[in-house]
Design a protein around this ligand. Structure first.
Ligand SMILES: Nc1ncnc2c1ncn2[C@@H]1O[C@H](COP(=O)(O)OP(=O)(O)O)[C@@H](O)[C@H]1O
Ligand SMILES: Nc1ncnc2c1ncn2[C@@H]1O[C@H](COP(=O)(O)OP(=O)(O)O)[C@@H](O)[C@H]1O
Lengths: 250, 250
């Protein structure tokens, strides 16, 4: 359902588009988008990632992908770069001469890039395309929800009441645009201490509030795990495994 | 210096405008903006906060401010709401009937709101106006850097290489627009353990890279402190004190 505007972008080979959203920055949207894609791939699905954070793209770095997308035979569309594990990825950071370059674009340019990353990329046959969204409820999430055939939204939050308040705004955006929220992931829920206890450094979980507001299940509670930061920084997120991240797709 | 566009917004009573920026979400920009304002106020300066995160505003919640800004005698401009400690605050969340409401605006509306929050608010005489910016290098930071008389930028980062890469893009934005970076704050540097050791849950500090890129001093390294999350969620950030947060203004 939902308010579809100015001609939906088309890609016949993609069965499901899943948008990973939060409204709030730094909660782990890119991480969850990456773990979802890796988990789906491990279960035998064909999956790709569209990095919808045009000015702050972190997917390529997390997956250790530096190779530029090739121009397809038609001379117009692009062939996405592949991760070590064979996941096609499209991101602004792969198009820049240097990944540290700033992309200083206002809304219309950002929206145009997202449309092109969906329509003008040869994704081929995919069971799932995971779209990582930037924070806020402005151009990027609006364009994705209105121009892409999104089948479901995964919301990412952290335990703080502040984060819950802002993520709650993303719930309202999805509802107003007629989208379906398939699940809520609470990230950075605790730090596992040497004695086995859980140190809730960001306070007690508020995930239930979002489960109720979005009427969607809590998919997982992920701890702050130094291993995640290490592997993500080293471009090796595909080798992260943990019981909690397995829960994401249970 | 810098590229000033379409008429700078005017406010004669404000001596210095300090923008708090990161490019990356969730690193603690709002927290650092809040701690800077509280620290300046404690030292006897007059200070206000403009919440430039139009779609994800968290300043009012952190300060426990719910009262709506009043319309001034001229029937047009607004009188900012005051925190318990007397800090004037202007934020989109104070204008909404309910703080959980989503503001689903594209770039031009976001930019318009930021300009109005500067020009159409009766800030009075201020030594400092702290502007909290949303993540990304799109409409909001561009409008602030081009339309407001920004005297200095404080950059906020966290230890991860991923965060450092994205914050590095904000450094390039500020340099391209001729702004001055006055300092770098690394937040969430470690969790203080019961035995006095520091658990670097997000990996070793990369702050030096940004100090070099921005040619600005490292103002402070803040730990992940459950007290911060608790006070921020309770609207009591004005009562937070710690040796590390004192370093911010040393
Ligand atoms: N559970 C976690 N444990 C440790 N580090 C994490 C965790 N989740 C995210 N991170 C790290 O924190 C940073 C922010 O995560 P990211 O996925 O980029 O957030 P977002 O996309 O919401 O801005 C990244 O450097 C990432 O590697
Ligand atoms: N050093 C810290 N220790 C504990 N909690 C923190 C710390 N810094 C920020 N937080 C919490 O983390 C969340 C994100 O911080 P925030 O200032 O909103 O980041 P940003 O403005 O960069 O998105 C908030 O809920 C805040 O209270």
């Amino acid at each position: 359902g939902g308010m579809k505007m100015r001609g939906m972008a088309e890609q016949k080979g993609i069965k499901h588009v899943i948008a990973v959203m939060s409204g709030k920055g730094g909660v782990g949207k890119s991480l969850v988008a990456g773990l979802l894609a890796v988990g789906l791939k491990r279960r035998g699905f064909t999956v790709g990632i569209l990095d919808g954070d045009i000015t702050g793209p972190s997917i390529p770095r997390m997956f250790g992908v530096r190779e530029k997308p090739a121009v397809a035979a038609d001379g117009k569309s692009l062939v996405p770069s592949k991760s070590r594990g064979g996941i096609p990825i499209m991101s602004m950071n792969l198009l820049l001469p240097d990944e540290g370059e700033a992309v200083i674009w206002r809304g219309p340019m950002v929206s145009g890039a997202i449309r092109q990353f969906f329509s003008d990329v040869q994704w081929g046959e995919l069971d799932y395309l995971i779209v990582d969204l930037p924070p806020g409820t402005s151009d990027a999430p609006l364009t994705v929800m209105q121009a892409l055939p999104v089948s479901g939204v995964v919301l990412v939050t952290t335990p703080q009441a502040l984060a819950t308040l802002i993520v709650g705004k993303a719930v309202r955006l999805v509802k107003q645009l007629g989208g379906d929220i398939v699940g809520v992931v609470e990230n950075m829920s605790y730090v596992a201490m040497p004695d086995g206890s859980k140190n809730e450094v960001f306070g007690p979980s508020q995930g239930l509030k979002l489960v109720i507001a979005s009427n969607a299940p809590l998919m997982a509670k992920l701890p702050i795990d130094p291993e995640i930061a290490r592997l993500a920084d080293a471009g090796l997120i595909e080798s992260y495994e943990s019981p909690e991240s397995e829960e994401l797709l249970a």
